[in-house]
Design a protein around this ligand. Sequence first.
Ligand code: ZN
Length: 214
Amino acid sequence: MKKAPFFNIKALFVIIPLAVLIPILILRFRQQSKAETTPAFWRTVRHFQSYEFDSPFEVGSGMRMKQHFIRLIDEVRHRVGFVMSVSSGFRTPEHNSSIKNSNGVQYSSSNSPHMSGIASDVLTNDLNDTLKLMTTIMQVRNQKYPTMSLGIGIYGSSSRPNGFFIHFDTREHRTAILQKDTMWTGNDYPQGGYRRLTSQELQLFKNIFNQYKK
Ligand SMILES: [Zn+2]
């Protein structure tokens, strides 16, 4: 049998196209993740208007949401089939630092992804809708945005006995190695004044997370 040469000329047909393609893909990807929305972009969104993501501190700031996040939430809304009420989308730094609990303590993270236009909080009616929403968010990410990592926070509404809200944010990473999804609940923030999730509810959310997490 002929010994394989140390350097195979055919390999160049693979190496050269890859050497050209990979940097182009990385650049495209980084650009995409930074892109804010435009009026033309919003005309292609099926279920949301930009004002739904406005910070109350700045009219029109919903336009500062990032495109990939809006694509994802629009697809999630399409699949769940129920209205998704956005209680918080984009936040200006002033808006973010104004979020306080009943004791006047700030409890929104000072580097909240809401300020980067890559997060939203969505109100839900009951446990079933919340489980369905969380499952769909993770499924859409896995199918359409496999290079993104997710942060998911589940909170019991203090004003509506059966209601919840889900915070979710998406960060793009250039490599799968950096990816790590995180999940937390309002129970982790007793000072926030949220209705506590029962251990049974907590387990249901953890099961979904463990099934789909990356
Ligand atoms: Zn949030």
